[in-house]
Design a protein around this ligand. Structure first.
Ligand code: ADP
Ligand code: MG
Length: 292
């Protein structure tokens, strides 16, 4: 077992098997490599260099995430929108210098936050923004991709059983060493020390998005970090927590953010159309829990 702080969060990596130590060390290296590549706040990261217009050539990891993100943008009817970064900045989330932006500011920024204006050339692996001052943020999907990559590493190292917890984003490899299923607690949205229930599973990612994770308060109002691209405001469509369970960690992360933005009706309709790809646990603002 190894713990580390990366991607702005506390992480725990566990593995069992002959090469377990080497596997968790390789996993930690991979986390740090992806953090350095994808962090918007690190001016030398690839994403920051793309945002600054310094480079338009992207690595395989970023290209993969870009493709998945643009696919989600289509599939989620624009809810998942990596071009949201200028609005994230207006709210002060990247720097933690929080402020509620004026409607004027948002009206000026919203035309820049449409992923449809990202041109990506899959052959040349280049990216181009159709509008000046556009910027991207892979924070809604990066941790799920990272946990998926760790599962690949565990496979390469012949790990028998493993679990990673990247700040509440959990992915498990195989079952527990005694063959029984992993027990994964789903955090309660209104009390950090309590949980909604316990899920038993193997070989899946279990990823939760909620407005309680990163937020600030101003004049008694809570503003969180999951932005509805339709308004530029923190999504407020009736859900307080969305958990996605899927074998595909990248998908689970992207969808936890997306379904949270969609709200209950659209989230349920989305699941009904994609029920082979994932399961979900939704909590609405009245405390009702919906489990597929
Ligand atoms: P966490 O990172 O806390 O696990 P999420 O997976 O829900 O939570 O991701 C929230 C992050 O996603 C934000 O910090 C921001 O970087 C990014 N984000 C915010 N709004 C959107 C959006 N509409 N589409 C895509 N990404 C978003
Ligand atoms: Mg997410």
């Amino acid at each position: 077992e190894r713990d580390l702080f990366a991607m702005d969060t506390y992480m725990v990596l566990q593995a069992y098997g002959e090469n377990a130590q080497a596997a968790v060390d390789a996993a930690a290296d991979e986390v740090n490599r992806l953090d350095a590549l994808l962090s918007t706040g690190d001016e030398y990261s690839e994403v920051a260099q793309i945002n600054a217009g310094i480079t338009d050539t992207i690595s395989d990891d970023t290209a993969y995430l870009l493709e998945r993100s643009l696919e989600l943008y289509q599939d989620t009817n624009d809810a998942f929108d990596i071009a949201i970064y200028p609005v994230m900045q207006a709210w002060g989330f990247p720097t933690q210098e929080f402020a509620v932006p004026t409607q004027e500011m948002l009206d000026a920024l919203l035309p820049l936050t449409d992923a449809a204006d990202i041109s990506y050339d899959a052959q040349k692996k280049t990216i181009h923004f159709e509008k000046e001052d556009m910027q991207i943020d892979l924070g809604g999907i990066a941790k799920g991709y990272t946990s998926s990559r760790i599962m690949d590493i565990y496979r390469q190292y012949g790990i028998t059983s493993g679990l990673v917890n990247l700040g509440g984003n959990v992915q498990v490899y195989g079952a527990k060493t005694d063959g029984s299923l992993w027990r994964i607690a789903i955090q309660s949205p209104d009390d950090e020390s309590s949980y909604l229930g316990v899920l038993t599973a193997k070989d899946v990612a279990v990823i939760t998005s909620g407005g309680y994770e990163r937020y600030f308060e101003q004049d008694g109002v809570v503003y969180h970090h999951i932005i509805d691209p339709a308004t530029g405001y923190p999504a407020n469509n009736g859900l307080v927590s969305v958990t996605i369970v899927s074998a595909d960690g990248t998908l689970a992360d992207g969808l936890s953010t997306s379904l949270f933005i969609m709200g209950k009706e659209k989230a349920i309709a989305y699941w009904q159309e994609h029920s082979e790809e994932f399961d979900t646990i939704l909590v609405d603002e009245d405390g009702m829990i919906y489990v597929t």
